[in-house]
Ligand binder design. Structure first.
Ligand code: NAP
Length: 266
């Protein structure tokens, strides 16, 4: 199906690797011009080069820097003639025990995973409404629906974003102007971040690292009804679908992509 996105412009935050890159690749395959962002300039340029090679007709621009910094947000927004699609993403907060977290830890999580997406949404949605097309996809986490104890900073900050978006997406001046805002909730996806989390569990096991890592991988995958981790390409494909011209009536939703891991009926 043609998703009707040819010639649109997307800002995909935190997109040199992992799920953000998966979204950028899927949008590029639909003919969307891109502004990519990540802190590490080298990996960012390598991703942009791969995308330009695969899609020579597209414009792919890069803005390196921490997306939670206002100056980086401004540069990313200014890099495109207009933003038709915004994919909000950033690294997740570290795991831990809430007894060890001080105010500054909470503020960092809120900055990256709640206030930054809200600032970017604020910068783009009224222009989208005036032009009669806009799609915002926030990459959050399955932890919003089923909290993970050690990821309290993520549970809290992302739930704050989710609550805010639920109200905003339903404003008639946005929903009535073909501007949709949805959240994509990843379960376990095979990215660098997941690898790091599993390596930490393997190290704690005290066994030989490679063997322990394989054991942790297998155990985690066996706990998922799909018996495997998701791929960034699968994640990106759903993101592109949410951004499609056809998805104009789909707004304010939380779409869980987890291979069936969440056990509830709703
Ligand atoms: P990843 O493989 O580690 O990739 C993260 C990407 O974001 C990289 O391109 C990284 O590049 C960039 N990035 C990180 N912090 C940034 C910042 N402050 N500003 C700009 N770019 C930044 O991670 P992922 O697995 O794709 O995860 C993406 C998001 O989904 C995270 O918030 C994660 O917590 C969440 N999530 C992932 C899973 C999973 O299973 N993978 C599950 C639930 C939730 P630089 O480091 O160079 O900046």
């Amino acid at each position: 199906m043609d998703l009707g996105l040819t010639g649109r412009w997307a800002l995909v935050c935190a997109s040199s690797k992992g799920l953000g890159r998966g979204c950028a690749e899927a949008l590029a395959a639909e003919g969307v011009n891109l502004v990519l962002n990540a802190r590490g300039a080298e990996a960012l340029e390598a991703t942009a080069a791969a995308l330009r090679q695969a899609h020579p007709g597209l414009e792919v621009r890069c803005v390196a820097g921490d997306i939670s910094q206002p100056g980086v947000q401004a540069a990313a927004l200014a890099a495109a003639p207009q933003i038709d699609i915004l994919v909000n993403n950033a690294g997740g907060p570290p795991p831990g025990d809430f007894r060890d977290w001080e105010r500054e830890h909470w503020l960092a999580a809120l900055e990256a995973n709640m206030l930054t997406p809200i600032a970017l949404i604020k910068a783009v949605v009224d222009g989208m409404a005036a032009r009669g097309f806009g799609r915002v996809v926030n990459i959050t986490s399955g932890a919003v629906k089923a909290p993970i104890d050690v990821l309290g900073l993520s549970n809290g900050a992302r739930s704050g974003l989710t609550g805010f978006v639920a109200g905003l997406a339903r404003q008639p001046r946005l929903a009535g102007a073909n501007v949709t805002i949805n959240n994509l909730l990843p379960g376990a996806f095979d990215t660098e971040r997941l690898g790091k989390t599993m390596a930490a569990s393997a190290e704690r096991s005290g066994q030989a690292l490679e063997q322990a890592l394989e054991q942790v991988r297998q155990q985690r995958a066996q706990g998922i009804p799909a018996r495997r981790f998701g791929t960034a390409a699968e994640f990106g494909a759903v993101c592109a679908m949410l951004c499609s011209a056809q998805a104009g009536y789909l707004t304010g939703q939380n779409i869980l992509l987890d291979g069936g891991a969440y056990p509830g009926t709703f």
